[in-house]
Design a binder for this molecule. Structure first.
Ligand SMILES: O=C(O)CCC(=O)C(=O)O
Length: 272
């Protein structure tokens, strides 16, 4: 009975787990030490190099495709953003995260998108999106989806290594990090050259109130993750996604894309 009640508050499906469902017999066999990561390298934002961590004899190497913008939001904006989010419902999602989504309904496997109840991005994001586009890396960035995630150490929240879809979503993935510092772990399943034996991990430190952009190799070649042991207190983030070329002018799905863009830019969205 106690197990059942706990699982009711958990959004994990399949192989995903969190501290809530890991107490149940059903999920116990899925426990592993994936959250006890060790980093081979850390990203240095000054040089854009991946630099070896202590005890690692490998050389530094260029790590393109990461852009960090420290203090992207002020302390008062952070407060305003999180207060507004907390006035809406947070829905239980996978791996102990809670979620609020402002975006069209998508079936990635079948490559289908429909508007559903999509009403655009929230009003509070309008000034953030304007600010983003003043940065050359984000020139012309017009997001159509905003996904807010809420992580907590009590739920063991995390996100496993993954690539974001490239059929619908465009080149730049933009995340604004709120309430606490964390680490985005970039990983290559099988290394290369001298590192050919196993997974290579690069820790990208993400300060509270900073924005991170992943593009190029960091978007398409390296998976990204946030591990449980890098969540030290409540962390909220907002990820903004733009459309791929297929949904923009001249693309096969231009018409659908332009409907979505129109709705997004109203900034009257409510979470779905
Ligand atoms: O929590 C984060 O910073 C990353 C979120 C993410 O990777 C995703 O929503 O796909």
């Amino acid at each position: 009975m106690a197990d059942k009640q706990k699982i009711l508050n958990c959004g994990c499906k399949g192989i995903r787990t969190c501290l809530i469902c890991e107490t149940s017999n059903e999920k116990r066999h899925l426990l592993n030490d994936k959250h006890l990561v060790h980093y081979d390298f850390r990203y240095d934002p000054e040089s854009n190099l991946a630099v070896p961590c202590e005890g690692n004899v490998q050389c530094s190497f260029p790590f393109p495709g990461v852009f960090l913008w420290e203090n992207f939001v002020s302390e008062s904006e952070e407060k305003e953003l999180v207060t507004k989010m907390d006035q809406d419902v947070w829905r239980a999602s996978q791996s102990g995260r809670n979620k609020q989504d402002y975006g069209p309904k998508v079936n990635f496997k079948k490559r289908r998108m429909r508007l559903g109840g999509y009403s655009g991005l929230p009003a509070v994001s309008c000034k953030l999106v304007d600010r983003m586009s003043t940065e050359p890396v984000l020139a012309g960035f017009t997001p159509v989806e905003q996904c807010n995630l809420d992580y907590s150490p009590e739920r063991g929240s995390a996100i496993d290594p993954h690539f974001d879809d490239s059929w619908l979503w465009g080149e730049r993935l933009v995340t604004v990090n709120l309430l606490s510092d964390t680490v985005v772990t970039m990983s290559l399943d099988r290394g290369w050259g001298d590192m050919g034996r196993g997974e290579v991990r690069v820790a990208v430190g993400l300060p509270r109130r900073a924005l991170i952009v992943l593009y190029g190799e960091a978007r398409h070649r390296w998976k990204h993750a946030v591990y449980r042991n890098d969540i030290h207190s409540r962390r909220v983030c907002c990820t903004f996604r733009e459309l791929s070329a297929e949904f923009l002018e001249g693309g096969a799905q231009e018409k659908m894309g332009s409907e979505v863009l129109n709705i997004a830019s109203s900034f009257r969205g409510v979470p779905l």
